[in-house]
Write a protein that binds this ligand. Structure first.
Ligand code: C5P
Length: 407
């Protein structure tokens, strides 16, 4: 996969090397990318916004507010398949490393959910300064790709490291970055996420504390890896990821129906939803009132019936070309329960998280999991951000995807 047909955000900061970004934008457009340019105020001193707007065929974005208009940095950050910051000055690198956002470019960087490539450009002494090197290391730690500077003649007249990579090299590094992300190109994936709500009467329901965060991150990671993703999402407040087809459901039965329709077409299915095992046998047509029962007790009994087990149903239908992953959230006998579910539901992998582990489970941004599979020893992964965990999980699943042709 390369930049052709991709939405690329080019960020330009204040450096003499900004003149090379004009060529970069031209190369990207020629290669079939849709390009938007965002500049820091200092960058506009080095490269003409008029030229960049003409070449990119989009207005150049310079500030958070233009007159009464507000540039939506979140939308921009989510619009792009990749963001490349070229040139990245020592000043902007330092701000990005510390999360400062006193201009539009930095706000977009903080909002970007896509892969980010940083192409530094600065004088030798600034490049070699330990603070710059520490900042770049920090940015690499965030998962950003940092393109090495070249050694040669610098704007100061000195000779040394600090020259921005050539536009052709930036383009091929971007192609590589996108190709690496496309390990699941052409594959269809299904994810279930969030809780289910089982109505008792028109105003009440039985639900659970699932936030949907883990499943949403998995759907985003699958999409970032190039898969065609359908997310069957229970009632949650979170925004589903862009580039994913979302089917919103409320009850387990609705989740079952949506998943059943989708599952046969998917090579990879991850069920991260916290599905209610039971639902009220009868949903009262009117709001249930307080009342004493025939024995004179102030008690209410709600009869529950079993919901369909979606994972189990998928396990029964599973064919050789399909990989099926379940989640097990346990409070006790964790390993025993996870292995039992792996077997009973005919899943290929079971991802266990325990409510006994701090910072894991419902609503948190982090999770600690153990991965069980029929053929491999259990793997306990470290506590990490759900986003990072989703990326690691998708990479592992891609390696185990059965290599069987589908009709
Ligand atoms: O509820 P339980 O612990 O059995 O959930 C384990 C796995 O089964 C999870 O992946 C969950 O999404 C799935 N599940 C399901 N349908 C149910 C119950 C659970 O798909 N009715």
């Amino acid at each position: 996969m390369n930049v052709c047909g991709k939405r690329i955000l080019v960020g330009i900061t204040g450096s003499i090397a900004a003149y090379k970004s004009i060529t970069l934008v031209r190369l990207l457009v020629k290669a079939g990318a849709e390009v938007k340019v965002v500049m820091t105020p200092a960058a506009a001193e080095f490269a003409s916004p008029l030229v960049l707007a003409t070449l990119s065929k989009h207005p150049v974005l310079l500030s958070l507010a233009t007159g009464a208009d507000w540039a939506n940095h979140v939308a921009l950050g989510r619009w792009a398949h990749a963001m490349v910051i070229a040139p990245a000055s020592a000043n902007s690198v330092a701000k990005m490393a510390t999360g400062l956002c006193d201009n539009l470019l930095l706000a977009v960087y903080l909002s970007a959910t896509c892969p980010v490539m940083i192409c530094p450009a600065m004088d030798e002494d600034m490049w070699l300064h330990p603070s710059t090197q520490a900042n770049l290391l920090r940015l690499k730690g965030f998962g950003n790709k940092v393109l090495d500077v070249e050694t040669g003649e610098l704007a100061s007249g000195l000779f040394g490291p600090g020259r921005m990579a050539e536009p052709e090299e930036i383009l091929s590094a971007l192609n590589e970055l996108l190709a690496k992300r496309a390990i699941l190109a052409g594959k269809k994936a299904l994810v279930t996420a969030g809780p289910t709500y089982e109505p008792i009467d028109p105003v009440r329901f039985i639900g659970n504390h699932s936030s949907g965060k883990m499943g949403i991150e998995i759907a985003a990671a699958l999409a970032a890896a190039g898969a065609d993703v359908t997310l069957v999402l229970g009632p949650v407040d979170l925004q589903p990821p862009v580039g994913v087809q979302v089917i919103k459901v409320t009850t387990a039965q609705e989740m079952y129906d949506a998943a059943m329709a989708c599952f046969p077409h998917c090579q990879l299915t991850v069920m991260a939803a916290a599905v209610a095992d039971y639902r009220p046998a009868v949903v009262a047509a009117e709001k249930i009132k307080k009342a004493t029962n025939v024995s004179g007790e102030d008690m209410l009994t709600i009869n529950l019936v079993r919901n369909p087990d979606i994972l189990k149903a998928c396990g029964q239908m599973k064919q050789d070309h399909q990989l099926l992953v379940g989640f097990a959230l346990e409070t006790n006998n964790e390993e025993e329960n996870a292995l039992k579910k792996l077997q009973e539901k005919n899943a290929d992998f079971m991802v266990l998280n325990s409510l006994r582990d701090a910072d894991s489970g419902f609503g948190t941004d982090t999770n600690q999991v153990t991965i069980y599979s029929k053929h491999l020893p259990a793997q306990r992964w470290p506590l990490q951000q759900k986003k990072a965990l989703a990326g690691q999980l998708v990479e592992m699943l891609a390696l185990h995807l059965p290599n069987v042709a589908i009709d």
